[in-house]
Design a protein around this ligand. Structure first.
Ligand SMILES: O=C(CN1CCCCC1)Nc1ccc2c(c1)OCO2
Length: 324
């Protein structure tokens, strides 16, 4: 099977990685999101205000587009953003991997954060069980591509402040060091979700038994339960939880401790250097670890992937991680 391939992922504005994707021969910069399962694009049906600054997909210009009459979709993400619209199928090509008859969800409405964001849409890479298309749920690009891949897996390479890549069908041994650790995935909630029963701050170990984590390339930061976040910042001198900035801030001069998180029985260690997300005002900085706002599910986003090559393997299913 020869559809294996790698697609370059460019960092955009420090909050996401965009992949140039061909939809019906039209090129769009899409945000790959392992935390959702809808492939949607900015479409010509949007208001001109919503289209501003974006490449858009025009179905009528694609020779391979087929409408799915009466099909709709509507999604709201955990950050409150959302989009909705209609559905068709078209040929989608990412790197060297092409899928014909891929469900393409055309946005007729997008929330304001998407208008101001660089992405021209999203490629959902979670499990198809959480796809929002009605009346017939649709499959993700990855599920459709699997039969043509050497192995039913894809990998995310998202280094800090540098071009990354998504590899489909193969593991690229040049993109990581040391060995790969694997965690068994429970796909019951539609996510790449695994047990995450403890964490370490600097040298101290804390238990969070029964908790889980999800591997989520669509989330910028690492979001953990409140206890973990307060335990982490308790060892950061000058740190405070700012209502103004909506999260923990600290003096930029502070050296941050590392954070290790349990993933299926093995620790992944994020160095302190990667946990300073961005400067607010030259004096204070905003942390790369913030609160998930309740529940027992931690979200390991791009800050995690800045330290680890992530392998999304549908054969078990399992999630693998190896240091960059
Ligand atoms: O919403 C997302 C990711 N989402 C991916 C698709 C684009 C818009 C952002 N992440 C997220 C943001 C805040 C959260 C959270 C998850 O869990 C609790 O708080």
């Amino acid at each position: 099977k020869r559809q294996d391939g790698s697609a370059s992922a460019a960092p955009a504005g420090g909050t996401e990685y965009l992949v140039s994707t061909s939809v019906g021969g039209e090129s769009l910069n899409l945000d790959f999101d392992t935390g959702s399962a809808d492939l949607w694009v900015f479409s010509s049906s949007l208001s001109s205000a919503s289209k501003k600054g974006h490449d858009i997909y025009t179905a009528s210009k694609s020779p391979t587009y087929q409408a799915l009459s009466g099909y709709t979709w509507s999604i709201t993400y955990a950050d409150g953003s959302g989009a909705s619209g209609k559905v068709g199928t078209d040929t989608v090509t990412i790197g060297g991997t092409s899928v014909t008859g891929q469900a393409v969800e055309l946005a007729t409405k997008v929330s304001s954060t998407f208008v101001s964001d660089a992405a021209d849409g999203l490629v959902g890479l979670a499990f198809s069980s959480i796809n929002t298309v009605q009346p017939v749920q649709q499959q993700t690009f990855f599920d459709n591509a699997q039969p043509s891949l050497n192995s039913p897996l894809f990998a995310a390479y998202l280094p800090y402040n540098a071009d990354g890549a998504y590899d489909f069908g193969f593991i690229d041994s040049s993109k990581y060091s040391g060995s790969i650790n694997y965690a068994t995935v429970n796909s019951g909630n539609g996510f790449w979700e695994f047990a995450s029963n403890s964490y370490q701050v600097g040298g101290s170990t804390f238990s969070q038994s029964g908790n889980t984590g999800i591997a989520d390339t669509g989330t910028t930061l690492v979001l953990m339960i409140d206890d973990a976040v307060s335990n982490y910042y308790a060892s950061v001198s000058g740190a405070s939880n700012s209502a103004t900035y909506g999260g923990y801030i600290f003096p930029c001069s502070t050296s941050l401790p590392s954070l290790s998180v349990d993933i299926g029985g093995n620790y992944a260690t994020i160095p302190g250097s990667l946990l300073n997300f961005q400067s607010i005002d030259g004096t204070n900085c905003f942390g790369g670890l913030q609160s998930v706002g309740g529940g027992t599910q931690n979200i390991y986003g791009d800050v995690f992937f800045n330290a680890y090559y992530g392998i999304f393997d549908a054969s078990v299913p399992q999630f693998g991680f190896a240091a960059l």
